[in-house]
Design a protein around this ligand. Structure first.
Ligand SMILES: [Zn+2]
Length: 263
């Protein structure tokens, strides 16, 4: 009887240890405080001429979400060339998919959305860039079959805006909590507006704590083609200085993979 009990408790102990080892192997890295993701939408010329060199100098990462929408094909003073986009990749930045036409993806048919994703994927391949794993919802419009199509095409991350938690206009949002949010619907903690003050930026980034990552959305710096979401370089410098002076870590969206504990 005693022997049997000992044997049984030994098995229980072994199973307990095995389960601890297994869960430790599966465990994702803990999310440190002050972890920021910077994202830049709409292929603005200033991404290549100003934003990327500034980030690089500070040792910051970032994701540039590329679309051929608006008048990208013809207006090459307002929008980057593909050679410039390839240059961002060579500098170490992530190139993400923001679709060919910048249509409201949530209302597109499967065929139209697939074609718009494919065009950017093909351009990336033509210019020696890796196939994108990150996506940003055009116009921050979520819903429809987008998540389904993104999964099928192997996308791992998709950034939305600050809605529905906050209205679009003010550009406020919430931080990404990997315990709560799906990686294909990552909220923006802030969506920079021309009227933003430093305190608006600080409100967004200060949410990067307690296991949450603050994902920031920018457009051009400046963005003459989309003035309603433009950020002036002087203001952007204040934001960057704030991050540097306060010890923030700044990375691309793809780099959060190690905190999600999934393949
Ligand atoms: Zn956009």
């Amino acid at each position: 009887m005693t022997i049997m009990r000992r044997a049984a408790s030994g098995v229980v102990l072994f199973l307990a240890i095995a389960s601890v080892v297994q869960s430790a192997a599966r465990q994702e890295a803990p999310v440190p405080d002050k972890l920021i993701v910077l994202t830049f939408d709409d292929s603005a010329k200033s991404h290549a001429t100003y934003v990327a060199p500034r980030l690089k100098k500070l040792g910051f990462g970032g994701t540039f979400f590329i679309t051929e929408g608006f008048d990208f094909p013809t207006n090459k003073t307002g929008y980057m060339t593909w050679d410039e986009i390839a240059g961002l990749h060579k500098m170490g930045f992530e190139i993400g998919n923001h679709t060919a036409k910048h249509a409201n993806a949530a209302q597109q048919t499967r065929e139209a959305l697939t074609a718009d994703l494919e065009l950017i994927e093909r351009r990336c391949a033509e210019h020696g860039l890796p196939r994108p794993v990150s996506f940003a919802y055009p116009g921050n419009e979520i819903g429809g079959i987008v998540v389904e199509v993104l999964k099928e095409r192997g996308y791992r991350f998709a950034r939305r805006g600050g809605a529905p938690e906050f209205p679009y206009e003010g550009g406020q949002g919430i931080a990404f909590d990997p315990r709560q949010h799906e990686p294909l619907s990552i909220p923006s903690a802030g969506d920079a507006r021309p009227a933003w003050k430093l305190e608006d930026f600080v409100r967004a980034v200060s949410q990067a704590k307690d296991g949450k990552i603050a994902v920031l959305q920018f457009h051009g710096v400046p963005d003459r083609e989309h003035p309603w979401v433009s950020t002036e370089p002087e203001q952007f410098e204040r934001y960057l200085s704030y991050l540097k002076d306060n010890g923030y870590t700044v990375m691309a969206l793809r780099d959060v993979a190690k905190y999600l504990g999934r393949p």
